[in-house]
Design a protein around this ligand. Structure first.
Ligand SMILES: [Zn+2]
Length: 469
C-alpha cells in the first residue's frame, strides 16, 4: 500500500481528514488527530482473510480443554510471577497474553526481561525439549551485541548456562511489524519480547516511529498474532516525562496487562506493579533489589523497608500497609518545623498531599497541636508509595512526635484510618497486618482494637504536651 492512503481521525469526535491538522475542524480539540488506516482497507483485509466458519467458532468442549490446561509459564523470577498472577503453585504468564511493561528510561525494564529470558532458557527448569523453548527478542532500542553482552553478564552472575541461551534465543533486528509477525508465525517461539513498542513501525502508515497511530497499529498486529499462536508477548513501553507510558491509553485497552516498573533511580529498590491485569490482581506488587548484575527478588520486603528505620528519632514511626495480598511494614517519617513563610508548606513524598492537610487539621482541632504555622514534610522511607488510608494514624503520630521532639518507643506499629472527628477507623485485613507485625517482632501494636481516637493515642504517648504545658 502506498503512503498517503491513510486518514487522520479525531480521537474525540471521529472526524476524518486526509491531511494532518493540529486542531479538529469539527470539535476543535487540539492534538487529537491520529493517523489510521481507512476503514475500507481494514474491511478489505478482513474479508480477504475470510474465513472458514471453524476459524471463528469454538465448541464448548474445546473451551473447556483450554481452561483445564490453565498452565502459566513461570518467569523464574518469584516477584515477577507474583505480579503476573496465578494460584497455588501455578504462577506466571498466561499463554497468548500480552503484557505492556512501562517505566522511566534506565529503570531496568530491559534488564528484568533479559534476566527472565536467561532463567527461562535453562533446560533444568523448563524440562522440555530444546526446540520447544525458542525465544524471540526484538531489539529496537539496542543492537543484538549489546543484549548478548547483558545476557552473558547476567548468566555468569547467576551461574546459568549461556550455551542453552545462545542456542535458543533469536534476535530480530527489523523494526517492521509485519516482518516480526511473520517471524513469529514461522518460528513459533515460546515467548516474545519487543523492546520497545515505540521503535516498531508499519509502512502502511506514514507517521514516525513512536507516534500514537504507529504504536497502536503495531501493537494491535502483534497482539492479534500472539493470541492466535498462544505466545506470551512482552511489549516494553517508555514513560514520558509526565509519567505516562507513551501512547498509553491507546495501548492499555489492547493489551491484557499493564505492568509498571518504578523506584528510586538513585537507590537500588525497584517495584513492579500491575496497573491492569486481566489474569490476576491489580494491586499486587513485586519488590526487587537492583544489583550490579541484575534483579534480586525481595521475598520479605518489610525487612528491607525497615532496614534503616531508627525508631529512636522523633518523627519516625512504623506503619503496616497492604500491597495486594501481602502486608508490608514501612517507615513513615515526618518533619515539623516553624515556618518562615506566610503560607506554611506541606510536602509529601510517597504520601498523598491532601491526607497530610486533613490530618494536620484534625490534629489542630482535636488534639490542639499548633500546626497552623509549621511546615510539614512527610515521606515513606525507601521510596515506596502508599495509597491506602491505613497509614493515617502513623502519619499523625509521626507529625506529633516531630513537633514535640519526642521519639516513639521502639517495637511500636500504628495501623488505622483517621476520620475527620479524630476517630480511629478500622481498616481491611487488620488481623493479617497485626500478625505480620508480630512476626517481625513488634510488641506494641496500636490500632482500633486498642484505642478509639487519635487524641487517646497521643495522650498515652504523652504527645499532647503542647496543650498541658
Ligand atoms: Zn474532533
Amino acid at each position: 500500500m502506498a503512503k498517503g492512503d491513510t486518514v487522520f481521525v479525531c480521537q474525540n469526535c471521529g472526524w476524518t481528514t486526509a491531511k494532518w491538522v493540529g486542531q479538529c475542524y469539527e470539535c476543535h480539540t487540539w492534538n487529537a488527530m491520529v493517523e489510521e488506516l481507512p476503514i475500507e482497507t481494514i474491511a478489505n483485509k478482513k474479508s480477504a482473510k475470510a474465513q472458514k466458519i471453524e476459524d471463528f467458532t469454538v465448541t464448548f468442549s474445546q473451551v473447556e480443554t483450554l481452561s483445564a490446561s490453565k498452565s502459566r509459564l513461570s518467569t523464574n523470577i518469584d516477584e515477577f510471577d507474583r505480579v503476573l498472577g496465578g494460584e497455588d503453585s501455578n504462577f506466571g504468564m498466561v499463554l497468548g497474553s500480552v503484557m505492556l511493561i512501562g517505566g522511566e528510561p534506565g529503570i531496568g525494564k530491559s534488564t528484568l526481561l533479559t534476566q527472565m529470558v536467561v532463567g527461562m532458557l535453562q533446560p533444568s527448569k523448563t524440562g522440555s525439549s530444546k526446540s520447544e523453548h525458542k525465544f524471540m527478542y526484538v531489539c529496537g532500542e539496542e543492537n543484538p551485541a549489546q543484549v548478548a553482552l547483558r545476557i552473558e553478564r547476567i548468566a555468569k552472575q547467576f551461574h546459568e548456562n549461556v550455551t542453552t541461551v545462545k542456542d535458543n534465543l533469536i534476535f530480530v533486528t527489523t523494526a517492521d511489524v509485519d516482518a516480526i509477525t511473520a517471524a513469529m508465525q514461522k518460528l513459533k517461539p515460546r515467548c516474545v519480547v519487543v523492546d520497545s513498542i515505540q521503535t516498531v513501525t508499519t509502512t502502511d502508515l506514514s507517521g514516525a516511529a513512536g507516534s500514537v497511530g504507529q504504536v497502536r497499529e503495531c501493537a494491535e498486529r502483534l497482539t492479534t498474532t500472539a493470541k492466535a499462536l498462544h505466545i506470551p508477548l512482552f511489549l516494553v513501553g517508555h514513560v514520558t516525562k509526565e509519567g505516562v507510558i507513551s501512547g498509553p491509553k491507546v495501548l492499555e485497552h489492547i493489551v491484557d496487562s499493564v505492568l509498571e516498573l518504578s523506584g528510586d533511580r538513585t537507590g537500588d529498590l525497584r517495584i513492579l506493579r500491575a496497573i491492569k491485569n486481566r489474569f490476576g490482581a491489580t494491586d499486587e506488587v513485586g519488590v526487587f533489589r537492583m544489583r550490579e548484575y541484575g534483579f534480586e527478588s525481595v521475598s520479605n520486603p518489610s525487612e528491607l523497608f525497615l532496614e534503616y528505620a531508627d525508631t529512636q528519632v522523633p518523627g519516625s514511626i512504623t506503619a503496616c500497609v497492604m500491597e495486594g495480598t501481602r502486608p508490608l511494614l514501612v517507615e513513615i517519617q515526618a518533619l515539623v518545623v516553624e515556618s518562615q513563610l506566610a503560607m506554611p508548606r506541606r510536602v509529601g513524598r510517597g504520601i498523598n498531599l491532601p491526607r497530610i492537610q486533613v490530618l494536620s487539621a484534625v490534629l489542630q482541632k482535636h488534639c490542639y497541636l499548633p500546626l497552623g504555622s509549621t511546615d510539614i514534610f512527610a515521606s515513606v522511607a525507601g521510596g515506596f508509595e502508599v495509597k491506602e488510608p491505613s497509614i493515617d494514624l502513623g502519619l499523625a503520630v509521626a507529625m506529633a512526635s516531630s513537633l514535640n521532639n519526642k521519639p516513639i518507643k521502639e517495637k511500636t506499629v500504628f495501623i488505622g484510618e483517621i476520620g475527620l472527628l479524630g476517630e480511629i477507623r478500622s481498616v481491611n485485613l487488620l488481623d493479617r497486618r497485626i500478625k505480620e507485625a508480630k512476626r517481625l517482632g513488634f510488641t506494641n501494636i496500636i490500632s482500633k482494637k486498642t484505642h478509639k481516637s487519635v487524641r487517646q493515642v497521643l495522650s498515652d504517648l504523652q504527645l499532647l504536651k503542647s496543650k498541658t504545658t
